[in-house]
Every structure is written in C-alpha cells, then in structure tokens.
Write a protein that binds this ligand. Structure first.
Ligand SMILES: [Zn+2]
Length: 411
C-alpha cells in the first residue's frame, strides 16, 4: 500500500533552530554551548519539555545522554532512533549537531499533529559531548555506549578549570541511570551539516553518507645539530628545519600522486630551540591522512617510511612514529539505501559521499544499523560563527529523515 507522504513544517523548524541558538548565542550570531555548561543545561531542559509536551517519555543515561521516545503501534520492537548532539565548540555555529536533534523533534511534532502512529517506537537522542571541546575526547558518550571508551576514565576527565566530567554532569542534574542506555535499535539516523564544500559546489541538496573515512596519524621527528647562526658555514650545517621542509615537499609530491580523494595535513610543527640565532636541532611535525580505502592508507604509511630514508635529509636523522589510526567505518548498506530511496521519492538532488569528519554515528554503527544524511554547508564552513545552512536545505534534510524513518518503521 502506498503511504501518504507527510512533510515537516519548515517554518516551525526554523523557529525551533533559532530558539535553541538562543542558548549560548554569540555576538556574531554563532553559538557557544559547551557540553554540560549552563547553556547546555538550558537547551536540554527545553528539549525535554518540548518532548514531554508531545507525550514522549524521556530518559537520561549515566553519561547524560537523553532519549525521548514516542510510542509506536508495536512497542516490543526496538525503536528507530534519530538524533545528534546539542553541545557545540566555542564560537561554533547554529547548526552543527543541534540540527540532527531538532530534526527528531520536528518529525515527532509532524507525526503527532497528523495523528500518525509509527509501527514501532521512535526515539530522539541527544548524545552527550560529541565535540570534546570542554572534556576530551570527542564522541565521548557514544564511545562509552559502544564500548570503545571506559566510563570510569571518562567521568574523571577534567576541563581547563579542573572540573571533572562527573562533577559537571551532576551540577546540571543530568546524571542518569546506566539502565537507560541505548542498547538496541532498529536503525540510527543522524542528520548533520556537511562541514565541507562538496554539496554546495556540486549544487546538490542531500548527501547520503556511506562511511566515515579511515585515517592515520604520524609524528615525524627530525634531529640535526644546533650551532651559531652567524658563524657556521652553510655547507657545515645539519639544519633540522631545512630537512623537515624537504620532507614535507617530498611527502606532498608522493601523496598527491596516490589518489585524488586522499586528504593529508601537516597541521602541527614544533622547532627547537626556536631561537633566531640558533640553527634548529630538532623539528617534530604531524602528518595525518584520510581515505576510505585501507590499501591507500597502507601506501601512505609506506611513503612515510620512505621519508625516514630520504636522501634530502640535510645530514639529519629522521624518525617516524605512528600515533594512532582508525579504520574506515562503513554505514549500514540497507539504511543507506533507505535514505537514498527516500531522497529520490522526495525529488531532491543528492549524491553518495564520505565523511571526513568523525560523528557519533560511526561509534553507534558498531552495534546499530546506522546511516548519516548531510545537508550543504555554505562555503563549507563549520566550527565557526559563520557556519550556515539554508533553512530550505535544513527542511529538506529533515524530510529525508522523516521519510526514511517511516519507511524503516513500517517495513
Ligand atoms: Zn557535529
């Protein structure tokens, strides 16, 4: 039987997004809503109030994540879960994270006002501390949910003022029960802004996210010799910074030849002794690379090994140390297909794409069939007050999640 399509209320979604931006709105129309802060508490309280008004039951788990559930026809089945995070970075935007949570709220509002009872329950989740901006690491609560992080260790994490996560959680009144954790679900859907320029550049509305890119991160250490900058002839130097410069050139050349989708960054560099009259004797820089194919990542590691034997070493010793790596996380094929079908049925333009940034969904995917939906970020900007997604694109993204959720719930 063909289901009657329902669409969300774009105007109400906009109003709700703006209302939540008031919880921590900055002078330049961005948002500072660090996890477990007063702004976070106010946003959480209001979110819970809105959910209760809709007749949803609200639970909080031991990491402070909130689950609001709308009953379905058959409540013995695990829910379709949708959501993201309410917290933001310092001077972040009005869309990152909160869009995925408010998508859930707008969807339930739409269902309730149209008297549509889903076949199975629908749960909206706000996952605590996705950003890791106040308490590291990021994706903390989803890491605990999926068994990647140890809860006791996480509770002891401190912010810059020495306040622990546990103290902050208690202070805002959101320390709940471990029994309330998300244990099973029929599917998890996370709507998020792209945080990159691709959809906008290709003038597409929806990104069906297939995976979160695997990555590898190395420290490259270069050891030379310190001497007087004025008295040492150029041909008698072992300048660690000159060597590092050569290595970066060499790495760029080789990495660029690997695959056009490979992204790589040397984002951190320290120079010793960092004095203008002294030849640098030590340089350490990071090299991270991301790609969906593990073979390509292996080739990157091969190139990094080659750097340690580079002929352009200026007489310096070079050491490469792997700091960490993570495998590409592929989202559930069926859920991805459901998102694609819904997008097509709504007539929106789309593409299948990858996420270069990490998200809670990548941890949840380890035990819940998950997928992500991206909407365009204007100028690719995020984690910035200029972060922007058009209201129309927000609305379309939420419609895709609604359509997908109903398709999965009614299957
Ligand atoms: Zn986010």
């Amino acid at each position: 039987m063909q289901r009657q399509k329902v669409l969300i209320n774009g105007e109400r979604l906009k109003d709700t997004l703006e209302k939540f931006a008031d919880f921590g709105r900055t002078e330049k129309n961005g948002v500072t809503r660090l996890t477990l802060s007063e702004e976070d508490r106010l946003a959480r309280d209001y979110f819970c109030e809105c959910c209760k008004e809709l007749g949803m039951s609200v639970k909080v788990d031991d990491m402070g994540s909130i689950y609001a559930t709308l009953e379905g026809v058959d409540n013995t089945k695990p829910p379709v879960v949708m959501g993201s995070h309410i917290d933001s970075v310092k001077k972040g935007g009005r869309f990152d994270g909160i869009l995925g949570v408010l998508a859930g709220l707008e969807i339930v509002r739409t269902l309730v006002e149209n008297n549509i009872k889903p076949q199975i329950p629908i749960t909206i989740v706000n996952v605590t501390n996705e950003e890791g901006a106040r308490f590291e690491p990021s994706m903390m609560a989803s890491g605990v949910l999926s068994g990647k992080f140890n809860k006791e260790e996480m509770l002891k994490k401190k912010d810059v003022d020495g306040i622990t996560f546990e103290e902050a959680l208690n202070a805002i009144g959101y320390a709940g029960e471990e029994a309330n954790r998300l244990k099973e679900a029929t599917a998890f859907l996370e709507l998020h802004i792209e945080q990159g320029p691709i959809l906008e550049r290709e003038q597409l509305t929806i990104g069906v996210v297939e995976c979160v890119l695997g990555m590898v991160c190395y420290d490259i250490e270069v050891y030379g010799e310190s001497d007087h900058a004025g008295t040492t002839p150029m041909n008698m130097r072992r300048d660690a910074l000159f060597a590092a410069n050569n290595l970066i050139q060499e790495a760029r050349q080789k990495l660029a030849a690997l695959d056009e989708d490979l992204v790589y960054t040397m984002g951190r560099m320290n120079v010793w002794p960092n004095i203008h009259t002294v030849i640098p004797n030590k340089v350490v820089f990071s090299l991270e690379a991301r790609h969906k194919n593990p073979e390509t990542i292996k080739q990157v590691e091969q190139i990094i090994q080659e750097l340690t034997e580079s002929a352009a070493n200026e007489g310096c010793e070079i050491k490469a140390t792997k700091l960490w790596s993570r495998d590409t996380v592929w989202f559930d094929e069926e859920v991805c297909n459901a998102v694609e079908e819904s997008t097509k049925s709504l007539g929106y333009s789309y593409k299948r794409m990858v996420s270069g940034a990490g998200h809670d969904a990548q941890f949840l995917q380890s035990y819940i069939p998950s997928a992500m939906v991206f909407v365009p970020s204007i100028n690719g900007k995020s984690h910035d007050e200029d972060e922007l997604t058009t209201w129309e694109d927000c609305e379309k993204g939420v419609n895709v999640v609604l359509e997908t959720a109903l398709a999965i719930a009614n299957k």
